[in-house]
Design a protein. Structure first.
Lengths: 315, 294
């Protein structure tokens, strides 16, 4: 049933007489196609726009002699409203973001990849469909609901079982973020495993490998770039998450020493203080500068993930 | 002839063990969550009723329902949809039907991926800088909806592209062969054949937009706004509004001595509506797959 121009030699004979369309139709179509083109490049415009507007609000503070970029990045002193000596150091928040993300990945990566392997290799088609739907629904849970779960359910459990004085801390945020990033790790990881040709699996089976050996020696090495992309996307999600960590990690601005310490992350810091910072003040601009930092951070992570994802597609 | 040797038995044991380990890993990510959702519902039960949805919050939000927040969320979702659906669908049409495989196409793909990866709070900063201040929309429903629209654009682009790509190339070729232009082909062949798939993407966008909090926090959502009971259009477009997600955040962190079950009930309403919308998208997709003729 395939029709193609090349296969029909008589087609050229008919093409001589062109149907005449009214000028408005031709013009209208041109206009519409211009609109489509504009929408097509809108994503680029928006990404540039985001960077431009966030950077524009942040940039005046860079010229202020009371502010230094090195202090911003290397000091853990965050006193934006101090009367005598305002200090804007986000190191404690960077440490907060890092610790919560690292803990989340420590939990989410093994379990997420394990779940991806189970879905792709072990279960039957029925179970597979059901699990994929559940994973998709999990991914849809709003972050504020996760934060609420952290604040009410998880914090009580943590106080009860670890004896920590407060339940909102690195552990709480890490568990919540782990649960939030598992769906993305599972779905991208499963894609990566699906992309491994069946002949690899058959070859392993023919050599008498058990399933376990097949996974460890054949599948994981063959799918490793895709799995890395899955992990990176999980990291991107965890770093950028705002509401959940705002509600679940407590609000202490200091470098954490254990998983039971409260911390504040870069994202939560913006969310917590933007409402109080007067527009145009240094405090306000430093928060935008934190936004620029976050933008660049996630930009790099996503770029790297995309690089690996395209690695699988090309094969 | 084929008696089980020790080796075969060991292999079988290993096989079963591996299967159960991975099954356990999958289960340990899903089961606790189902338990948590069950717990939320039991805690919310005393407040859950139809009147909770249509009542106003009273006594400083310590009692009452979620009506203004519910309506506010609907406002934000509908307005953001009105912007992001046309732009997203046309963008997907460009990427799938017009774009050649060149640097521009790769750049657009990269931009879409990054737009999806930008943290929601950075979207909030952008909305504040661009719509509230630069475009002078002020703290309003318009600013908040536009911020949401840009944030959810990648959802629509990705799913529409998938829907368009699933229309076989031979359909298009048949149409070109009878002399139709590119746009005529898109209008009469490609879009009608992928409309259900596009709809799925639009529904997913709705669920995403309804759940977001951070982007609207500083652009147009407020803790509290007085409205009349049963008023279907309580907000003007240049006013601020309440939203379910913001309401949940406020209730659970800012308001002291709220009646225990009310934040839980708000969480269940938000979670329930988002999951319901998603379930609708999933069943639409399943229906589509079952009916597919090519």
């Amino acid at each position: 049933m395939k029709t193609s121009v090349e296969s029909d030699p008589s087609a050229t004979n008919f093409a001589v007489r062109r149907a005449v369309r009214p000028a408005w139709a031709v013009l209208g179509e041109k206009g519409l196609e211009a609109l489509i083109y504009l929408c097509g490049i809108s994503a680029i415009i928006f990404v540039l726009g985001i960077f431009f507007f966030v950077f524009k609000e942040a940039v005046p503070v860079l010229g202020n002699e009371k502010f230094s970029l090195t202090q911003f990045l290397t000091s853990d002193q965050w006193y934006p409203t101090s009367e005598i000596n305002k200090r804007y150091g986000v190191l404690a928040m960077i440490a907060g973001t890092f610790s919560v993300t690292a803990l989340a990945m420590l939990i989410a990566v093994p379990f997420g990849l394990g779940a991806a392997i189970y879905i792709s290799e072990f279960c039957g088609p029925r179970v597979k469909e059901t699990l994929k739907i559940i994973i998709e629904l999990l991914a849809a849970i709003p972050s504020v609901v996760w934060g609420f779960i952290g604040l009410t359910v998880m914090s009580r459990l943590i106080v009860k079982y670890t004896g920590a004085p407060v339940g909102v801390n690195v552990l709480n945020g890490g568990i919540i973020l782990a649960l939030m990033s598992v769906p993305i790790i599972v779905s991208i990881g499963e894609d990566a495993l699906k992309a491994v040709p069946d002949s690899y699996r058959e070859a392993a089976l023919a050599l008498g490998a058990t399933r376990w050996q097949q996974i460890r020696r054949v599948l994981l090495p063959a799918a490793k770039t895709g799995l890395l992309a899955a992990v990176l996307l999980g990291v991107g999600r965890a770093v950028g998450e705002t509401m959940a960590v705002l509600m679940a990690t407590g609000h202490a601005v200091h470098i954490p020493h254990s998983v039971l310490d409260s911390v504040r992350t870069l994202t939560a810091n913006i969310a917590a203080e933007l409402g109080e910072a007067p527009a145009g003040s240094d405090h306000y601009r430093v928060l935008f500068l934190t936004g620029v930092l976050l933008f660049l951070l996630t930009f790099v992570v996503n770029l790297a993930a995309d690089f690996f994802v395209r690695g699988i597609r090309r094969r | 002839m084929f008696t089980e040797t020790l080796l075969v038995r060991r292999k079988k044991r290993q096989e079963a063990l591996a299967k159960w380990i991975f099954c356990g890993m999958a289960a340990s990510m899903i089961v606790p969550l189902l338990l948590i959702i069950g717990y939320l519902i039991t805690r919310a039960w005393p407040s859950l009723s139809l009147s909770f949805l249509v009542d106003l919050p009273v006594r400083g939000m310590k009692e009452g329902g979620v009506w203004p927040a519910l309506i506010g969320t609907i406002y934000l979702v509908v307005l953001s949809l009105a912007v992001s659906a046309p732009v997203g669908i046309l963008a997907a049409v460009y990427l799938n039907e017009y774009a050649r495989d060149n640097w521009l196409n790769r750049l657009i793909n990269l931009a879409v991926i990054n737009l999806a990866g930008v943290p929601s709070i950075v979207h909030a900063l952008f909305g504040l800088g661009a719509f509230v201040y630069a475009a002078r929309f002020g703290y309003s429903i318009v600013s908040a909806s536009l911020t949401l629209a840009i944030m959810t654009l990648p959802v629509i682009i990705a799913s529409t592209r998938e829907a368009l790509a699933s229309v076989p190339r031979s359909f298009r070729e048949a149409c070109w062969n009878v002399g139709a232009t590119r746009w005529q082909t898109i209008k009469s062949i490609v879009l009608p054949n992928s409309i259900t798939g596009i709809l799925t993407g639009v529904i997913l966008q709705v669920s995403r937009a309804a759940g977001e909090t951070a982007p609207i926090m500083f652009t147009g959502a407020v803790f509290f706004k007085a409205v009349h009971k049963g008023d279907l259009f309580p907000y003007g477009l240049h006013e601020q509004c309440m939203s379910l997600s913001m309401h949940l955040y406020t209730l659970s962190t800012q308001v002291p001595d709220v009646k225990e079950s009310i934040p839980f009930a708000t969480a269940v309403v938000l979670l329930g509506s988002v999951l319901l919308v998603n379930a609708a998208a999933i069943s639409l997709r399943a229906f589509l797959r079952a009916r597919k003729k090519w």
